[in-house]
Ligand binder design. Sequence first.
Ligand code: HAM
Length: 430
Amino acid sequence: MALLTKAPKGTQDFLPPETFDWQVIENVLRDEAVIHGFGEIRTPVFEHTELFQRSVGETTDVVQKEMYTFTDKGGRSVTLRPEGTAGAVRAMLEHAMYNDGLPIRLFYFTSCYRYEKPQAGRYREFHQFGVEMFGAADPIADAQVICLAKSIFDRLGVKNLALQINSIGCPECRAKFQDALRAYFESHRADLCDTCLDRLERNPMRILDCKNPSCAEIAKGAPHILDYLCDSCRDHFDGLKKYLTAAGVEYTVNPTIVRGLDYYTNTVFEFVSTDLGSQGTVCGGGRYNGLVEELGGKPMPGLGFGLGLERLMLVLKAQGIELPAHPHCEVFVASMGDAALLKAFQMVRELQKCSVLAECDTCGRSLKAQMKYADKIGADFTIVLGDDELASGKAVIKNMKTKEQRKIDLSESIADQFVAISTEAEDLAF
Ligand code: HAM
């Protein structure tokens, strides 16, 4: 029986103060996406299973082995999204967003679900920041999408992240490549896993990203797609390189990148970190010029990327990149007796309305225990209220770092007095 106090394998809880780091990162991602002209889209956590079968592809690891698929009470087969692109394309079509002008630029934060073998940087529930751009066929769009990811990493101060690019061509030139691959893998048939034997017939390119060690070893000697590109696909790839160079974005061409999802055409790319071991791909994406049509729309080029947030956090940690500290209690209003607690409650309320992080007792603690608690949560200032303070209308506010004390007037605005005192303390600290 499952242990009820343990999260399911491959999932994690995110707790404060760590969640504050996530908010900081998410704000940077959101901000950069908006600066680059993208608008946020939110789609359901589950979709019709067929959406992923048709887009991600029947012969991919994701569809064959990793999807969380179930039949709902109405007898429909639904799947927890293993990635964000399919849902974004479905929503774009459902709402005919193309009527509002092209290109369409969307970004999203999603939880994704894949039944994979958990390890550092690989989870069954993980989170992606993703962007999708529709209606732009020129390589300038590929460069802009890659530049967005680059701006994010630069702004966060992430180092040692290598951009690797490749082109996997269009269906025409890929057909020739698939023939060459089939011939190559046919000669290694005996050493392929059962899934890859099936892929050999249906989609030999998928053997290139099989995680089985024997298949991976054979894949090392396989032909490269770049040797099979048609003129138009080669021009597109050259165009991307030209724009990346013009933007001052360093890259290497890695002809072994094919990506693990079937919808890609032409450009594919990954940002790979040396800090994460085998799960080093922090961000991956590319173009998918046939996907919109595959899902029932009119032909429309598309492209985008998915950036794994857990992996990004791991890289930031590994590189010792400091994020802003978690906001903590600025003033704790301690009290003795019911009347003082009521006054403390009112003062805290006023402070909070003025965006001051303030707290008072909510656990019926003694004054001594309240002061211990204020110390534990690192309150910058404390105020003590008792019958004497209520009677005199005056109380003392104490700077917990410098131990300096000031009188405050309980009949005046506590927020105004606190802001003046804390600003003065900050100025002195500088
Ligand atoms: P993907 O390469 O499957 O692409 O995933 C994108 C990123 O999600 C990866 O680079 C990695 O950082 C993270 N990721 C993937 N699987 C896991 C996992 N099991 N645990 C933790 N992190 C993981 C896509 O999903 C495409 N939809 C990206 C895209 C958007 N292409 C075009 N538009």
